[in-house]
Design a protein around this ligand. Structure first.
Ligand code: BG6
Length: 469
């Protein structure tokens, strides 16, 4: 089977991880511009001041993407380039940059797939309470509308938010992302709700403009499975899916939060402070959503915690997605299993889990339009005689694309696949050591770009529409 002509083969990035130019052309400071400078917060104190300097080299990068035959490029807009203070004055240089970037994509027939929020919040807004302040929602809607109005004539695919579970979890539970708050469950749920309310409002605004494009959100997709069939562990997986999946998918797709979690939060006093107007906005927006974006890297294997739950202090090292942590409520822990395969960063490699999870989604939400908005392998790529031989990445993407193919033949509506990432970039907590790209960036040689083995492989897969996977 070949992937149909309507299926988009893409690759992705995010502004803070590639652009650099942190204070160029009127850009304001973002929360990450500040947070990454706090000693020990990031791997080897890396930050995105320069990143891979995509801001100044985007033409070269887009030309490489075109050479690879990329059909779509998912990138994010840095809010503080458009509104340096989060709201207030617009920065026309910021608009100009993204206009140029979009036009450069279109020059080669690359479909721009735009994320509005990939974690870099204007610092002024963070200082005013960030996602806990409902005025951030007003500022987001204004910013989103500006992007629709300025870019919507050419951009037909918008993603509002990237991975709410990650920036809220890291921001308010482990404290390893800004605003660096540790263990505040109430704030965690409040921030998530404020984000989803902002998403819903942005979707409604977008539809009012009649731009005939599509809008959705990108969520982490990490379906939970029990480590065995013991009743306790089966319960642990159900609990983990309620909190890690349903809490994030239901409000978008069904327009309401899952009762199971609501009841728990009522008991523990952690229910967000929400109004009936906000809840009805979620309901109104749900059917207007055009697609759901899934970022899949690995499933979660869980077991119930029996007896006392020992809290472990969150550190950068134990907050980077590898198993072993207890859930914040002490109900279950994620487990590394002997019979599974893992990356060098202990992320499980499981195309089977991907397919199984996709079937679970179909069961709960029916026929929804999906894009895989991230999937890829973080590795330290071997360099042999000057060539970047990233064969493990080829195998990873190949097996996951096969799972996508199988899911499509099972009637799951997947319209595109975006590998993470198009080019090597800055990992929020792992610096430049963890590579994901089809294109290598030489940090010892003026950030020179070089095509990896996977570059040629992906080009072939796109040309042949995945027939030989
Ligand atoms: C996703 C993010 O969570 O995972 C990306 O959307 C991120 O921004 C990617 O880079 C990989 O994460 P990591 O921690 O391996 O760099």
């Amino acid at each position: 089977m070949k992937f149909s002509k309507n299926f988009l083969f893409g690759a992705a990035s995010a502004a803070y991880q590639i652009e650099g130019a942190w204070n160029q052309d009127g850009k304001g400071m973002s929360n990450w511009d500040e947070f990454s400078k706090i000693p020990e917060k990031t791997f080897q104190n890396t930050n995105g001041d320069v990143a891979i300097d995509h801001y100044n080299r985007y033409k070269e990068d887009i030309a490489l993407m075109a050479e690879m035959g990329l059909e779509s490029y998912r990138f994010s807009i840095s809010w503080s380039r458009i509104y340096p203070q989060g709201h207030g004055e617009i920065n026309l240089k910021g608009i100009e940059f993204y206009n140029n970037l979009i036009d450069e994509c279109l020059k080669y027939g690359i479909v721009p797939f735009v994320t509005l929020y990939h974690w870099d919040l204007p610092l002024t807004l963070e200082k005013e309470g960030g996602w806990l302040n409902k005025r951030t929602s007003d500022a987001f809607v204004k910013y989103a509308k500006t992007c629709f109005e300025c870019f919507g004539d050419r951009v037909k695919n918008f993603i509002t938010f990237n991975e709410t579970i990650v920036f809220c979890g890291h921001g308010y539970l482990s404290g390893t992302h800004p605003p660096g708050i540790v263990g505040d469950i109430k704030k965690y749920f409040q921030a998530i709700h404020n984000v989803f309310y902002s998403h819903a409002r942005a979707v409604i605004e977008y539809k009012k403009l009649n731009q005939y494009g599509e809008i959705g959100i990108s969520n982490v997709f990490s379906p939970a499975f029990p480590v065995n069939n013991l009743e306790d562990n089966v319960f642990a997986a159900k609990h983990a899916n309620e909190y890690g999946t349903h809490w994030f998918y239901d409000p978008i797709l069904l327009g309401e939060y899952p009762e199971y979690v609501i009841n728990d939060l009522k008991r523990s006093g952690n229910l967000p402070d929400w109004t009936t107007e906000e809840l009805s906005t979620l309901k109104t927006a749900a059917p207007l959503n055009d697609f759901m974006g899934l970022n899949y890297y690995q499933p979660t294997r869980v077991e119930k915690i029996i007896g006392n739950f020992e809290k472990i202090e969150a550190t950068r090292e134990n907050s980077t997605g590898s198993p072993g942590n207890p859930s914040f409520d002490g109900v279950y822990r994620s487990v590394k299993m002997d019979d599974k395969v893992y990356t060098k960063w202990d992320w499980e490699i499981s195309p089977e889990g991907f397919l199984q999870g996709l079937n679970m989604l179909k069961e709960r939400y029916g026929q929804i339009k999906l894009y895989i908005t991230e999937n890829g392998l973080g590795d330290e790529d071997p360099i042999i005689e000057g060539e970047i031989c990233d064969v493990p990445r080829i195998n990873f993407i190949k097996t996951h694309l096969k799972a996508v193919k199988e899911a499509i033949s099972n009637g799951i509506h997947i319209r595109g696949y975006f590998a993470w990432s198009v080019i090597d970039l800055l990992s929020w907590l792992n610096g430049y050591k963890k590579q994901y790209g089809f294109i290598y960036v030489d940090h010892k040689n003026n950030l020179e770009r070089k095509k990896k083995m996977s570059f040629y492989w992906y080009k072939f897969i796109i040309e042949s529409r995945g027939e030989q996977l």
